[in-house]
Write a new protein. Sequence first.
Lengths: 291, 282
Amino acid sequence: MSEAAREGIAAYLFLLPWLVGLFGLTLGPMLASLLLSFTHYDLLSPPRWVGLRNFQLLLSDDRYLHAVRVTLTYVVLEVPLKLAFALLLAVVLNRGLRAVGLYRALFYVPSLLGGSAAIAILWRQIFGGDGMANMVLASLGWRHPPAWLQDPGYALYTLVALGVWQFGSPMVIFLAGIRQIPREFYDAARVDGAGRVSQFFRLTLPLLTPLILFNFILQMVYAFQTFTPAFIVSGGNGSPVDSTLFYTLYLYNEAFGNLHMGYGAAMAWILLVVIAFSTAAVFASSRYWVF
Amino acid sequence: MTRVRSRLSVYALINVAIIAALVVMLYPLIWMLSASFKTGYEIFHSLSLLPQAPTLDNYISGWTALRLPFGVFFMNSVVLCAAAVLGNTISCTLAAFAFARLRFPLKRVLFAVMLMTIMLPFHATIVPQFVLYEHLGWVGTILPIVAPKFLAVDAFFVFLLVQFIRNIPTSLDDAAKIDGCGPFRLFYWVILPLLTPALATTAIFTFIFTWNDFFSQLLYLGNSVSSYTVPVALRAFIDATSLSSWPQTLAMSLLSLLPIIGFFMAFQRLLVEGISTTGLKG
C-alpha cells in the first residue's frame, strides 16, 4: 500500500467520530427535520404526510407571526447596540491604560455569566415591578417607573438590555484587532494633522471592518436563537401578553409542549433558512463596507 | 509642562469613567451577592449593599427547598460537564489533527462542511434528535447531551484546535517521519504533548457552556427531580415558589455561578486569549 493511501486511511480513522456525528446527528437530522416539516407528528402515532399544510398554518398563526416580530425586533436592536458598546469600550481601553488587563477581564464577566439561568433569574428580580432597579429609580426621584419585565411595553427592551450588557466578548475581539494596527499608521496620521476623532473614523474604524463583519454575523446568529432569558423571565410562556415570545420559545412550546413535532420542524427550517439568508446578505453587503 | 499635566488629567479622567462604567455594569452582581445574605423584607426595602444582619439562612433553607437537596443537582451538573469535557477534548482533537496535518481525499469539501456546521442553529436538528433519543430510551439521562460531544458535534472546537495545530511547525513532523513515525505516533508523541494550552481552552469552555446550557438540559433532564441539573433546578425553584422565596432563589443562583467565576479567575488569561484569537461565542 502506498504511503498516501495509508495516510488517507489514518485520516479517516481520526475523523471517524466526527463523521458519525456529522451524518448521524447533524446532516441526517437536518434532512429528517425537513421531511417532518411536511407531516403531522405527535410522537405517539406514526407521522402523517400533510404536504405544505404546516407552512400554510404558520402563515396564518398570529402567535407565530408575533414571535417572528419579537425576535426580529430583538435582533435589530441588540446586535448593533452590543457592537457599538463593544467598539467604544475597546477603543477607550486601548489608550495605554495600565490596568487594561484587569478592565478587560471585568468587562468580560457579564458575557461569561449572562447566558445562564441564574442571571436571567437575577434580571427577573431586578426588573420586576418592585425590583431593585425601581428601588434605585425611586430613590432618584422617579415616583412611578414602569414595571419593566411585567409591562408588555417594556419587557422585550429589558431583555435587549440583558443582551447588550454582555458586550464583553465582541469587545475582547475588537481590542485584539486594534492592537494589531501598527503604531506607525497613527504616527503618520498625526503628522498629517489628523485629530483623535478623525484618526478613529479614518484609520481605526476602516481597519476594524473585517472584525465588525465577523462579530456582527456571530452575534446575529446567536441573537436569532435567544431562549434562556425569555424562558426564565416569562415562566416559559412569553408573558406578559406574549411580549417576550421569542421564536425559539414558541418552537419549544409547540414541538415539545404540545407535541406538534411537524409544526416545530417547519419552524426550525424557516429559522435555518432565515439565518442562512441573513448571513449571506451581510456577507454580500460586506464588499461595500469592509476595508 | 502644561501639556504633560493635561495628558495626565485626561488619563485619570478615562480611568474614572471606565471604573464608573464597571460599577454600573457589575452592580447587579454585587447586589446579588449582598441580597443573598439579606432577609426577604430587606431585599425589597433597602438599597444598602451591606445587610443589616447578615444571615446564612437563605443558603441553608434554599439548599433543601426542593424535593431533593441542591447537592444532588450540583453533582448531576458536575458529572454532565465532566463527561462533556472528556468527549469534546478527545473527539475534537482527533478530527482537528486530521484536518490540520493529514492529506486525504475530500479534505477540502469536508473542511468546508465542518466550518458550515459551526454556524448551524441547533434548532435545525433538535426535533429529529429528540425523536431519536426518545426511541433509544435516552430521554431523562445525560446521554443525549453527552453522546454528541464524543462525536465532535461542537465543530467550533474542531476549528479552534485546527488553528492551533497549524501553528505548530511542520519541521517537527518531518523529523518524526524521518525517524519512522506514522500518523498515529506523530499524533500521540509529537502533536498531542504540544496541544496542552488548546486542550485546556477547549476543556474550560466546554465546561462553562455545558454548565450554562439550559435548553437541552430542560428538554432532556427536566422531567424528574432526581435528574435535574443546576439550571433546571433553578427554574423549578422560581416555578414552585412564591415571591417570598426570592432570597433563597438568589442565594442558589449565586452558588450556581461560583464554579464559572472560579474557573474564570484561575484561567482568565488563557480564556481571554482564546476569545481574542478565535472569537468564541458569548
